[in-house]
Design a protein around this ligand. Sequence first.
Ligand SMILES: Cc1ncc(COP(=O)(O)O)c(C=O)c1O
Length: 413
Amino acid sequence: MFAIKTYIKNNILYPKRNNKFPDRPVSKIKIKAGLWGILNKVKNQKKYTGYGHLVTYPEKVAANAWKMLLPYNPNNLGNWSIKNLEPNHETAKVERDLILQMIDLYHGNKNELEGYVTTGGTEANIFSAWLGIKYIEKRGIERDKICLIKTSLTHYSIEKAADIVGVPTFIVPLNDKTWNMDAWGFEKEVENSIKKGKKGFLVPLTLGYTVTGTNDPIKKISRSIEKIKKKHRVEFFIWFDAALNGLIEPFLNNEFKPFSFCEIQTFLTDFHKFGFTPLPAGIILYRKELRQLIEKPITYLEEKDNTLLGSRSGIAPVACWAIINLWGKNGFKRKIYENLKYKYQFINKIKNNQNLQIITNDNSLTCAIVVENKSYKFKWLSEVYGLNFKSENILFNSGKKNILRAKIHFLNH
Ligand SMILES: Cc1ncc(COP(=O)(O)O)c(C=O)c1O
């Protein structure tokens, strides 16, 4: 310990920044000193993170799950729903229990749905686009006639997903008042794309835009789809990216039933955001019959796999399972109300400032602060609350607007 402190005090943290692969082993004490140095820097980094960053501090029980199981490095390769779970598949059994509990939370039908634990929203969006493209192709539409429909605020992982499955993306305007996908704009964009020869549409709807916390209106979009389908022979594959609000909405709204809309094919949320679980931890739920569109044999085992990755952490599901059992619905509710209180205290402080506008959803712990008057000196907000302001072009019903905004996440910092 003395030696480590000396290293830190003298600022000789090892390994020093370099880009050469070591020829010989480095002494353990130097590695330990390096780890201490990194730990101190990470602690500092977290201390100075403001409301602008989505920083989750894991609950002790979830962090402990990692500490306890890490020496055994359990691997949840494949999918619990395909294989017969053997006595040596303990963490896969926990994953199965967790997924069934989550289906229950969303009032889904356990005979019709299944899912698995992902590394987060990006993986789950790519997975959904992969399923979507196969689903539409199976209905006789070639890939070059498929496109993806999104808004200016849709998370950038959707652009990655579109790129990977090889389809172009089109932007639907946001509603000027509600800052979510405009149903009329949606119909217009789909009609335009049909005129250009498109016949298949991947549509990721967002439940909690990263910047505003606002939700896309599934009821309205579903009515628009019905109308379009009466006029044209086209196919849709719709999913809910609820990375942000998926662990908030069901605790504040008993009627939250995403799969009650027959158009919704997959639903994703993240535990490492508002679920207080270490990275990486998210879930994807999907309609069971979709699985056969993508499953592959694991050639060296008597098993099939329909997940996006190969080896997967067996600890992440245990950490998520620990959290939901530690808190239950009441615990989540308590935590959310605690943080909503901070959100409304913040909003009350600045709501009378004519130069600023707050965009949010009542049931979200995220909001955007928009600078309405560009000559307004907004820098104090960055200094006091640690916000990053960014100017971006956003397509609204009324046209393209250049918006200066910062995002805020209300999580016990
Ligand atoms: C709405 C939304 N979708 C997807 C993601 C991607 O999640 P991850 O970074 O866990 O891959 C984010 C991340 O902030 C998000 O806000």
